[in-house]
Write a protein of this length. Structure first.
Lengths: 101, 210, 94
């Protein structure tokens, strides 16, 4: 039984949506943050860990999420796993940034 | 007057919507990683710039050189990263680029069924459809049907080779050189090489009718 | 480097879908193909994905399958092929 990310030959796949949205500023940021964490100089995480954390998402969430939402989820998971950031810390920071005038 | 004294590409665009949860969390993660000294805002800015500088035009230059210089093409097929660096293009640290040549008899098309591996170190961000579940599902089992959706109908005598990049190799298709281009120089040839032809869902553009 | 297979060898992909990170898709498992080329030795992603060092390195091969071997109802040409990168520990002689 294939896991949710293992898509080759997945039954019921439909036509390919060829619309290309320009990446948003925040999607590019997410890409940059993630790839920086993987550089040989920093090596905070490995691309293989990123993939694993994406694959371990709850299947419905995997299918629903946009590409960089999966990356965000994976980076949050891995930062928590490595003791660098907790989700609570991120929640608090979101509130703090929200409170900016 | 437009003020050119700062690079406004790296300031968030004036919001046309309330920040989404995704945007808020990305900002929060970056802020916390900066506070903890793991990265700096400047590094993030430079990483975005670097990715923005990687484009399909780089791949097109490589292909055009391969079309006009058989010895270069041989080096490209043997060790793509080294050959690409001859053109002054650096492809980053992340993976090994492998070139696959399309001919009259063989047509390669690239996918990553397990995630979205792509020669981003050379070509930049992959297109949305390349990352889509439908492309990843279908191109391995029905490549000719998918190519038809992209407007490419291949003769049954052409061998279609789907390349599924499951490991450290990032496949770059060298599209076949279109006929009628014998007199063209490298720069003009490069203009025929589209991103989609470097992935293999299209052929290189035919030369414009004169 | 030491590698078990050479270009042209017939190989079968092992079957197994452990609930952990692997880079061998289900659709090639149990299928028979031929080694197209040896890429070299690479760190094992099944270890790297969990913070391991990925050692010992694994030989990595490009393996070629006729599409008709992979899909019972393949609708394209009998010539069509699929090529995929597979680590040595997922391959056995066939």
């Amino acid at each position: 039984m294939a896991r949710v990310h293992d898509r080759g030959g997945w039954p019921g796949a439909g036509p390919i949506d060829r619309f290309e949205h320009p990446l948003s500023w925040w999607e590019k940021r997410m890409d940059a943050i993630t790839t920086l964490l993987m550089t040989p100089e920093k090596r905070v995480l490995r691309v293989d860990e990123l993939r694993r954390a994406v694959e371990d998402m709850e299947p419905a969430a995997y299918e629903r999420c946009a590409y960089y939402e999966r990356w965000l989820h994976a980076v949050e998971t891995l930062m928590a796993e490595k003791g660098i950031l907790t989700r609570e810390e991120i929640d608090r920071k979101v509130k703090e940034l929200d409170a900016r005038p | 007057m437009h003020d050119d004294s700062h690079d406004d590409r790296h300031v968030p665009p004036a919001p046309d919507h309330d920040p989404t949860d995704f945007e808020k969390r990305v900002e929060a993660v970056q802020a916390l990683l900066v506070e903890k000294g793991i990265l700096t805002a400047d590094e993030v800015r430079r990483a975005v710039e670097e990715m923005d500088s990687r484009t399909p035009a780089q791949g097109a230059r490589v292909v055009a050189r391969a079309w006009v210089d058989p010895a270069f093409k041989a080096r490209l097929l043997a060790d793509a990263k080294a050959a690409i660096s001859e053109l002054g293009i650096t492809v980053g640290f992340d993976a090994t680029i492998v070139a696959a040549e399309n001919t009259e008899r063989v047509h390669h098309v690239v996918v990553c069924t397990l995630c979205s591996c792509y020669p981003r170190g050379l070509l930049g961000y992959p297109p949305d459809w390349y990352k889509s579940l439908n492309y990843r599902s279908r191109v391995v089992v029905d490549p000719r049907g998918v190519l038809k959706e992209f407007g490419l109908v291949l003769d049954p005598n052409v061998e279609v080779r789907v390349l599924d990049s499951t490991a450290d190799m990032r496949y770059l298709v060298i599209p076949a050189r279109p006929s009628g281009t014998e007199q063209m120089g490298e720069e003009e040839l490069a203009s025929l090489v589209t991103r989609d032809s470097l992935i293999g869902v299209a052929e290189a553009r035919p030369p414009a009718m004169r | 480097m030491m590698s078990r297979f050479r270009a042209g060898d017939r190989v079968r992909v092992r079957v197994g879908s452990p609930p952990r990170h692997v880079r061998t898709p289900c659709y090639v498992q149990g299928k028979i193909g031929r080694v197209e080329r040896l890429h070299g030795a690479y760190r094992n992603p099944e270890s790297l994905a969990y913070g391991g060092d990925g050692l010992p390195r694994q030989a990595l091969y490009l393996v070629r399958f006729p599409q008709s071997e992979l899909w019972a109802k393949y609708a394209g040409s009998a010539r069509d092929q699929l090529l995929i990168d597979i680590y040595e520990h997922w391959l056995e002689p066939a």
